[in-house]
Design a binder for this molecule. Sequence first.
Ligand code: NI
Length: 199
Amino acid sequence: MILPIVAYGDPVLKKEAEEIDQNYPDLQKLISDMFETMYHAKGVGLAAPQIGKSIRLFIVDGSPFADEEGDEPDPMAAGIENFKKVFINPIIEEESGAKWAFQEGCLSIPGIRENVQRKEKVLVTYYDENWVFHEESFDGYAARIIQHEYDHIEGVLFTDHLSPLKKKLLLKRLGNITQGAIQVDYKMSFPGAKKPRMI
Ligand code: NI
């Protein structure tokens, strides 16, 4: 089932999300709905707050990054074709390496992409969809996707990393997203729309 994606301006996106345990109801159904929702919207990551649930869960599938046709292999894309994962109660234990800029976008902020600086490597602990514990390192695009999605469960959006000036320049467009005054080809819910409006 495709779920509506919550738009910028909804308070759920600014909340620090809560851990879950193995008794969380219908978790497998939620995970499969989140994958369906993410693929429909052509995203590479989706965090539970983006579908209105303030819990520490996100999913990723970085394989679209592997499809780009280039003459030379992109070092940042190493291993990305198999980067389909579920992260439950993740903790970024360590970030390391040099900061690099990447144009990030977000399914909750359609149409806006901006450069965000983040470190190149992460060490993460998490549970997968079978409640198996993992400790793993990621770099390149995989690390980038994890950092972006991890921010979501901390109540942080990529726009929060922009300079005050950059953010000021985006204010009107961000306001339009909140109001639902945008064109988007997947289902969203807009906190500022007069009536909840679905597209
Ligand atoms: Ni996002």
